[in-house]
Ligand binder design. Structure first.
Ligand code: S3P
Length: 169
């Protein structure tokens, strides 16, 4: 692994950032932090409620502050939210303070993995496929820009993805 204080996981919803991140942290003896859960802990409200009360803009501001704090630490695996790469400052700090892995997943697999999920405000829509395709198109260049490494998790269980990543790092 490139000498970096942290391992940072980016990628779309349903790519497996949290499940793979927790496993890889265990394997390397690092702390695991899910940025969304950290935002919820600090705010005392879940992501959906934050979107409802403060809009996406308010959520992104909390995401930026929380990520900046987390990236100041070291020896952590940090699972970021799918939209964390939208902010240029986030991208810069990720690259400065982490080895960045882009966990990729295609839209059909996202749809099946997230079929029963009701915790993502951006997916509170009748047409999830259209939303996911739009997000994928808009964000693909940002994931590519920030990542040191890309792993496609479409066909991988969290355990297999962790083993593959472990070999690549
Ligand atoms: C978002 C992804 C979510 C969460 C929020 C917004 C996004 O995180 O941060 O619902 O913009 O793609 P996960 O990628 O962990 O689901």
């Amino acid at each position: 692994m490139k000498t970096a204080p942290n391992l940072v996981l980016v990628g779309p919803m349903g790519a497996g950032k949290s499940s793979i991140g927790r496993r890889i942290a265990g394997r390397f003896g690092l702390a695991f932090i899910d940025a969304d859960r950290e935002i919820e802990k600090r705010t005392g409200a879940n992501v959906t409620t934050i979107f409802e009360c403060e809009g996406e803009t308010g959520f992104r501001a909390r995401e930026r502050d929380t990520l900046a704090d987390l990236l100041g630490g070291e020896a952590q695996v940090i699972a970021t939210g799918g939209g964390a790469v939208l902010d240029a400052g986030n991208r810069t700090r990720m690259r400065e303070r982490g080895f960045v892995v882009h966990l990729h997943v295609g839209v059909p697999r996202q749809l099946s993995r997230l079929a029963r999920d009701r915790t993502r405000p951006l997916l509170a829509t009748q047409d999830r496929e259209r939303v996911l395709r739009q997000l994928a198109e808009a964000r693909a260049p940002l994931y590519a820009e920030v990542a040191d490494l890309r792993l496609d998790t479409d066909a991988l269980s969290p355990g297999d993805a962790c083993a593959t990543l472990g070999r690549l790092l």
